[in-house]
Design a protein around this ligand. Structure first.
Ligand code: MN
Length: 228
C-alpha cells in the first residue's frame, strides 16, 4: 500500500554530542512554581498543577528565527525545564517515572497572553493562547547519562542582555517524577514526547527583533531571534 498523501515530516531536535531526538508531541504543566501562580492571580496552596498540550510543529530549535505569531499583540515568554521521554507508558508510578526519561532541555512556553486571557474569561479551551508555529522553542536535548537527574539547577531567561526570569528548578511544586506519573494516568505517553514543566515568576512580553536567551545550569542554552 502506498500513502495517498505525502506523510508528514518528522520534527526533531539535535542531541548534544550527536544524533537527533524525534518529537511526538509536547505536554505542558500550568502553574508549577508558587511565585508564578501568585503573579497569575492564583493561590499555589489551593490549586493543583494542570496540563495542556502543544503539537510537535510548535517546537523551534536553538539558533532559529521565531515568527511573531499572528492575531496577538501580547506574546509572553515562560522559560521552562524540558523533559524528553525515551519511552512511553500508562499508569507509571512515581518510583518508576524516571526510567522513561531520555534527557533534558531548556525551552520557552510562548503564550499569546491576550488570547489566553480571553479563553479564561469565557471558560474556553486554551489552544488559541498556547498553540501556534514556533510556540515551543527548545534547546538541544542532553542525555540524562550526561547530566544526571536535575533537581536543583538555576534557570533563567534574558532579552537583549537583560535578565527577565531567574529561578531554580528546585522550586517546582510538582517534581518531574510526579508530573510524569500524573500525565501517564491521564494520557498515554509516547517516546518522543516533551514535557515543559512550568515557569518561574517574571513572565512578560516579547517584541519583534528581540534576542532571547534561555539557560538551564547543566543543560545549556537556547537562543532565539524574534522576526522583525
Ligand atoms: Mn508554561
Amino acid at each position: 500500500m502506498s500513502y495517498v498523501i505525502e506523510p508528514p515530516e518528522t520534527i526533531e531536535l539535535p542531541v548534544k554530542g550527536g544524533g537527533v531526538f524525534p518529537l511526538h508531541q509536547v505536554y505542558c504543566v500550568g502553574r508549577n512554581y508558587a511565585d508564578h501562580a501568585v503573579e497569575m492571580g492564583g493561590d499555589p496552596d489551593k490549586e493543583l498543577p494542570f496540563f495542556f498540550m502543544k503539537p510537535a510543529y510548535a517546537v523551534l530549535g536553538s539558533g532559529s528565527e521565531m515568527e511573531y505569531p499572528p492575531l496577538s499583540s501580547d506574546v509572553h515568554h515562560e522559560v521552562e525545564l524540558v523533559v524528553a521521554l525515551a519511552r512511553g507508558g500508562r499508569d507509571v508510578s512515581v518510583e518508576d517515572a524516571m526510567e522513561l526519561v531520555y534527557g533534558y532541555g531548556v525551552g520557552i512556553d510562548m503564550t499569546r497572553r491576550d488570547l489566553q486571557a480571553e479563553a479564561k474569561e469565557k471558560s474556553r479551551p486554551w489552544e488559541a493562547g498556547k498553540v501556534f508555529l514556533h510556540a515551543a522553542p527548545c534547546s538541544d536535548i542532553v542525555s540524562i547519562e550526561e547530566t544526571g537527574e536535575i533537581n536543583d539547577a538555576a534557570i533563567s531567561l534574558s532579552i537583549n542582555g537583560e535578565i527577565r526570569q531567574d529561578g531554580n528548578v528546585n522550586q517546582l511544586v510538582w517534581k518531574v517524577p510526579e508530573v510524569i506519573s500524573r500525565l501517564s494516568a491521564l494520557f498515554s505517553l509516547r517516546s518522543g514526547d516533551l514535557i515543559f514543566t512550568g515557569t518561574p515568576a517574571g513572565v512578560g512580553p516579547i517584541r519583534r527583533g528581540d534576542d532571547i536567551r534561555a539557560s538551564l545550569a547543566g543543560v545549556g542554552e537556547l537562543s532565539i531571534l524574534v522576526s522583525g
